[in-house]
Write a protein that binds this ligand. Structure first.
Ligand code: GLU
Length: 516
């Protein structure tokens, strides 16, 4: 096994938008493959035609692209040597393996109709037990283990609808060596006879993923914990197909939990608590219902990926900020926790904030240009849209936001004069001599030849001294006069950016509007 090239796969079913837990599964697969110079492939598991949702496959592909989790084989990524990678297109492949299992006595035909199965389930429910199609019940049901060979052959010859089920033995221990959980032992008496091939000729997940993992030479199957209970049936299928030596190593990833730790993180938690659980916006094609995505909320993909990596894994050090390349080299299954990982929406924002701190101001400015122009109705030649002005605005605003998209709104006073003034500050700080101070300050500004932040600082202090005011008493009022707000970006930096003409104009405006 060790000398084989590492090959892993992400194998989502296109039944809706990809949950962030699914993205994490893809990420861990990717990191593991990259770390070991292996292959990472994307396989679309669409054998459950009843649950197929239009657009879901495209959504999966776009999500992986946005995150930079790039498969080197698979649907949407140029296919590869094992095409097709969409299970519905591989349909003719699977039956022979189901029949091989029948021929070796490890599977059987079952003719029970959907109505009969439903009745059995209902009856069990009424008796407060759960119905299981297994080694204990199969003898009383309509299948080739209970019927005579002639009757079975007759029914098949008549074209009667049937499925093929795995014949799970009694009284066997089935062991799995899970990369995260270690050795897990199951008792075969508790394993049901899983359907392998459905009546429409489509394989179930159980058969299809095994056939594909085998044919695609997968060495490690990294998947969600919800599949652990099915794993003993999977071991049996490998064994009975004669592929046990080729069986990939399983790794069952811990669940993502709600912020309070009580249960699985669901779409409803996101709606209720106001955070996305999907990478991209999604609109349900049948109901029209919309769900928010990290991308549209303004998260950087690098921050989203970094945050996801830490949901269930840690590097064993204090370092928290990792590029995807750094994650590749730090990643290992030993540092994945067994317990579920609690999602913390505040921490998600924190990650974005860290990436924002290190993002280039020029690049942010370029991205915000059209938003600023539209929001504040600014013409193309206006200095507020110049690279220099926007970049300086970003420098001022960066320490005060977690997302770059917050900047225009949070820093609106950098782009337009205030139309109201923080009343609380005015009431508290506006004194008899305030008016004369600002008149003098406007004068001092007008006659100053330079207008750097430190010039502004000096001019404010000098004017305060000549007006017999302590600079500390006037600063917040000065801020309100310029921006309308009691708090905000660095004050002298803001004044310098606005420029002396704008500062003088805003002082005059404030003197008109503030009545005290
Ligand atoms: N199609 C399965 C799912 O979406 C894949 C599980 C696996 O990775 O084997 O959960």
């Amino acid at each position: 096994m060790n000398d084989k090239k590492i090959r892993v796969r992400f194998a989502p079913s296109p039944t809706g938008p990809l949950h962030m837990g699914g993205v994490r599964t893809a990420l861990y697969n990717y990191l593991f493959a990259k770390k070991h110079g292996g292959d990472f492939l994307l396989r679309i598991e669409d054998t459950d035609q009843g649950r197929f949702v239009p657009g879901a496959e495209e959504y999966i592909i776009e999500s992986l692209k946005w995150c930079g989790i790039q498969p080197n084989e698979g649907v949407g990524f140029g296919d590869g040597p094992h095409a097709p990678y969409r299970q519905s297109e591989r349909k003719p492949l699977y039956r022979q393996y189901a029949e091989q299992l029948i021929n070796s006595g490890h599977a059987y035909y079952a003719f029970d109709t959907a109505e009969e199965m439903e009745a059995l389930r209902k009856q069990a429910e009424a008796e407060k037990r759960t119905f299981s199609y297994d080694s204990f019940t199969r003898g009383q049901l309509k299948n080739s283990t209970a019927l005579s060979a002639e009757e079975t052959a007759q029914r098949i010859a008549n074209g009667e609808a049937h499925v093929i089920r795995l014949k799970v033995p009694q009284k066997e221990e089935i062991q799995i060596n899970d990369l995260i959980r270690g050795e897990v032992v199951f008792h075969s008496d508790l394993v049901d006879d899983k359907v392998l091939l459905k009546s429409d000729g489509m394989p179930t997940y159980h058969l299809a993923h095994i056939v594909d993992d085998y044919l695609m030479k997968i060495t490690h199957a990294v998947r969600g914990e919800e599949w652990l209970p099915s794993a003993p049936a999977h071991v049996l299928i490998y064994r009975y197909l004669g592929w046990e030596n080729e069986m990939p190593q399983y790794a069952h990833l811990p669940l993502l939990l709600k912020p309070d730790g009580n249960g699985k993180l669901s779409k409803r938690d996101g709606d209720r608590l106001g955070f996305p659980v999907f990478p991209l916006d999604w609109q349900d094609p049948s109901t029209g219902e919309k769900s928010a995505g990290y991308r549209e909320r303004g998260y950087y993909p690098q921050a989203f990926v970094n945050m996801l990596a830490f949901l269930g894994w840690n590097p064993g050090t204090e370092q928290e900020i990792f590029s995807i390349e750094e994650l590749c080299s730090a990643f290992s299954f030993e540092h994945i926790h067994k317990a579920g990982a609690k999602f913390d929406p505040e921490k998600a924002k924190w990650f974005n904030e860290q990436y924002l701190r290190h993002a280039s101001e020029q690049e942010i400015a370029a991205r915000l240009k059209s938003v600023v122009a539209n929001t504040f109705n600014i013409g193309a030649d206006d200095r507020r849209l110049s690279e220099n002005y926007l970049t300086q605005a970003v420098v001022l605003l960066k320490p005060r936001v977690q997302f770059e998209a917050e900047m225009p709104e949070k820093g609106n006073y950098l782009f337009m004069a205030p139309d109201q003034y923080d009343q609380q500050v005015i009431e508290k700080k506006w004194k008899e001599n305030s008016r004369s101070f600002f008149v003098a300050l406007a004068n001092a500004f007008s006659t100053s030849s330079t207008f750097t932040a430190s010039d502004v600082d000096t001019l404010v202090k000098e004017t305060a001294t000549t007006q017999n005011i302590k600079p500390g008493d006037i600063m917040q009022l000065f801020r309100v006069v310029l921006s309308g707000q009691g708090g905000g970006v660095d004050l002298t930096g803001m004044a310098s950016l606005l420029g002396k003409e704008e500062c003088v104009a805003r002082i005059e405006l404030a003197l008109k509007k503030i009545q005290n």
